[in-house]
Design a protein around this ligand. Structure first.
Ligand code: UD1
Ligand code: MG
Length: 455
């Protein structure tokens, strides 16, 4: 007899039809963010990175809007929720004809790693294995399902805590909730689950005993406890954030990034940091940030949706908002905000400045207190500043407006018309200076005060 051909295709079903009531939130639980990204996206990203190319999320009708924020993921609706086995059954119509393996994941366990899913998936390739279960050893086994092994390296059954006897409750190896099932057995195994148990639910975990009854083997793969932390409350959300932040920082450090005070830095899942980037304490990275090699980011900077090119210096106290591009070797100093603005190579905006909807040419110098007035209450308009231009301190650039290459704008100007290349633009009242006036003024005031107190 020849062994059946093994398909390496993989689907992933993400169960997320639970109510999430303990979050006490108007936002669906699986959309709460960790590292700037909704919980369910972490799970989907891990599934994709492990090789799954067909993703299905199981949602309750109340969560159907969540589907809009899940590009590339098919949606199955479970109504009403009657257990994890019932949730997988809701996804079966979308898995008809699926080959290979099907990963089953929970939408609220954002810390699961692609490598672990890959090991679980690979366990399905052993002869006769129909199901592979992710086990872990928690400090407190509590309400987790217990993994009953068969003494031959396989799994005999999963017993839910509510059904377990004292001997079974003493088993330290628990069900993480993640499973892989061979696609050709999925409908049969899931279809055989019933609800005759303590909770009257369809337990997905029953597929283990059902597979064994069919003469199929069940493998167990062990994972780390911190990968399967489920988020049910805001406290667990914060714990998951902590684990994820630590993981992301370590990953960046391993790739050549220095953090002067790692625990005070917040990263997003998609933050890209180049080699020899240095990040000072208390820096926050929101989503979609790319930082090239050799950049220094000083303390208390807040960066999102921005690109920082090689060798640039940012902060302290800089704010880079979406669409900000800091060119090669450019400087963005304290209390400088960039939004949808490009600062050219080697340009400097070192103090107290707002550049919004602007382009600043290479080598330009933006003086302290420069403001692009980009918004008139109705529309946004652009400011273009040429290469090597010099904008004096406390200049207001009333957009739309442009300053040509090499032009100089005198301090305190309000720029309301295009400034030609290499021109000087100055808008200043003629100064008045009266020698000795201040001393005479003080003497007169003192005399007036004296005669008043004598009265
Ligand atoms: C489940 C496992 C348990 C395991 C634990 C790990 C079962 C029967 N038990 O228990 O062995 O140790 O996870 O955390 O599977 N969901 C639905 N529809 C439903 C019910 C649940 O989509 O009808 C989703 C939930 O949104 C959640 C996931 O499935 O993402 C897990 O459900 P949950 O109720 O937390 O299962 P546990 O009781 O924790
Ligand atoms: Mg749970």
């Amino acid at each position: 007899m020849t062994a059946p051909a093994i398909s390496s295709k993989t689907a992933a079903v993400i169960l997320a039809a639970g109510k999430g009531t303990r979050m006490r939130s108007d936002l669906p639980k699986v959309l709460h963010p960790v590292a700037g990204v909704p919980l369910i996206h972490h799970v989907a990203a891990a599934a994709r990175a492990s090789g799954a190319d067909h993703l299905v999320a199981v949602l309750s009708p109340a969560l159907v809007d969540v589907g809009d924020s899940l590009p590339g993921i098919e949606i199955a609706i479970q109504d009403p929720p009657r257990g994890t086995g019932h949730a997988v059954a809701a996804a079966l119509p979308l898995l008809r004809g699926q080959e290979g393996g099907v990963l089953i994941l929970f939408g609220d366990t954002p810390l699961i790693e692609a490598e672990t899913l890959g090991r679980l998936r690979a366990a399905l390739d052993a002869p006769n294995v129909a199901v592979a279960v992710l086990g872990f050893r928690p400090d407190q086994p509590g309400a987790y399902g217990r993994l009953v092994t068969d003494g031959e390296g396989g799994l005999a059954a999963i017993v839910e805590a509510a059904e377990a006897n004292a001997e079974q409750l003493a088993i330290p190896l628990c069900n993480a909730g993640v499973m892989a099932i061979r696609a050709e057995h999925l409908a049969d195994l899931v279809g055989a689950i019933d609800d005759t148990n303590a909770k009257g639910e369809f337990y997905l975990t029953d597929v283990v005993a059902i597979a064994r009854l069919r003469g199929l083997a069940v493998a167990v793969v062990e994972g780390a406890a911190d990968e399967v932390l489920g988020v049910n409350s805001r406290v667990e959300l914060a714990e998951a954030e902590g684990v994820m932040q630590d993981r992301l920082r370590r990953r960046h450090m391993a790739a050549g990034v220095s953090f002067e005070d790692p625990v005070s830095v917040r990263l997003a899942l998609d933050t890209e940091l180049g080699r020899d980037v240095t990040v000072a304490p208390h820096v926050v990275f929101g989503p979609k940030v790319k930082v090239a090699d050799g950049v220094r980011i000083h303390a208390f900077s807040h960066i999102e949706g921005a690109t920082v090119e090689a060798g640039a210096i940012v902060g302290p106290f800089a704010r880079l908002r979406p669409g900000a591009v800091v060119g090669k070797g450019a400087h963005v100093g304290n209390f400088v905000e960039l939004k949808n603005a490009v600062l050219g190579e080697g340009a400097k905006a070192n103090h107290l400045t707002y550049l919004g909807d602007a382009t600043v040419g290479a080598g330009a110098n933006i003086g302290a207190g420069t403001i692009t007035c980009n918004y008139d209450g109705f529309n946004k308009a652009r400011t273009e500043i040429g290469e090597g231009a010099f904008i004096g301190s406390n200049t207001a650039l009333v957009a739309p407006v442009s300053v040509g290459d090499g032009a100089i704008v005198g301090a305190g100007s309000v720029v309301v018309e295009p400034v030609a290349a290499d021109a000087l633009y100055l808008e200043r009242a003629r100064p008045v200076q009266k020698p000795g006036w201040a001393a005479r003024f003080r003497a007169a005031m003192r005399d007036a005060l004296k005669s008043k107190t004598k009265e």
